[in-house]
Design a protein around this ligand. Sequence first.
Ligand SMILES: Nc1ncnc2c1ncn2[C@@H]1O[C@H](COP(=O)(O)OP(=O)(O)OP(=O)(O)O)[C@@H](O)[C@H]1O
Length: 232
Amino acid sequence: MSDPVTQLPSAPVVVLSNLTRSFTQGGVTIDVLRGVDMEVMPGEIVALLGPSGSGKSTMLQAVGLLEGGFGGEITICGRSAEKSNGDARTALRRDHLGFVYQFHHLLPDFDARENVVLPQLVAGVPRPQARERAEELLTALGLGQRMDHRPSQLSGGEQQRVAVARALANKPQLVLADEPTGNLDEATSDRVLEEFLRLVRGQGSSALVATHNERLAAKMDRVVRLHDGKLA
Ligand SMILES: Nc1ncnc2c1ncn2[C@@H]1O[C@H](COP(=O)(O)OP(=O)(O)OP(=O)(O)O)[C@@H](O)[C@H]1O
């Protein structure tokens, strides 16, 4: 029988070690990230706070393996991003990560249901199950009557809920959200965020949510602050 005292605690979903990123433009270099260290544990929802231009999106792009050019180490679900080739990084993204953006990037020619079905098909889920999951998520988000509508037929808040459903469809271990409610009015923003947090908690995912809104950040499990390129 295993001894609970010697059991390892569950491993972090994300580990960032000395993450750096600089941009050079017109001969001027700015060091946006200057040695960020952080961990996100399974099931933990972390708010990433910082003023405009502090590097929140840049940090999420690093964790989301969306761009290169970073220094330091990024480990996602125990796998080193630097040691993974292009295909392995794509697989890491597909199998472990979900994304919600401020400008949701829904596919305009597909209805709400299909926007949530498609990433599941890409991950190999058979269509009937993908459809069932999409409908379950959209219904939970109050869009049960709007599944056949295209993004242009939905309000901003409704579109953002479709984006939340899409990000959660494959039950990713980690959801990355960049100002997920930034373009919504306060009441809608609160409601969408509450629904997002409830679903993320319900399925046991972790989340890293960039925001400059202290009030929204306070609803999460932990708050980290980007300041001068580091986490304060
Ligand atoms: N591709 C790029 N080329 C040059 N500079 C960039 C690039 N991407 C980001 N930056 C710069 O890096 C800094 C951080 O940008 P970033 O978008 O990460 O900030 P942010 O905290 O997400 O801001 P916001 O809250 O306004 O979205 C900014 O000064 C920005 O101009």
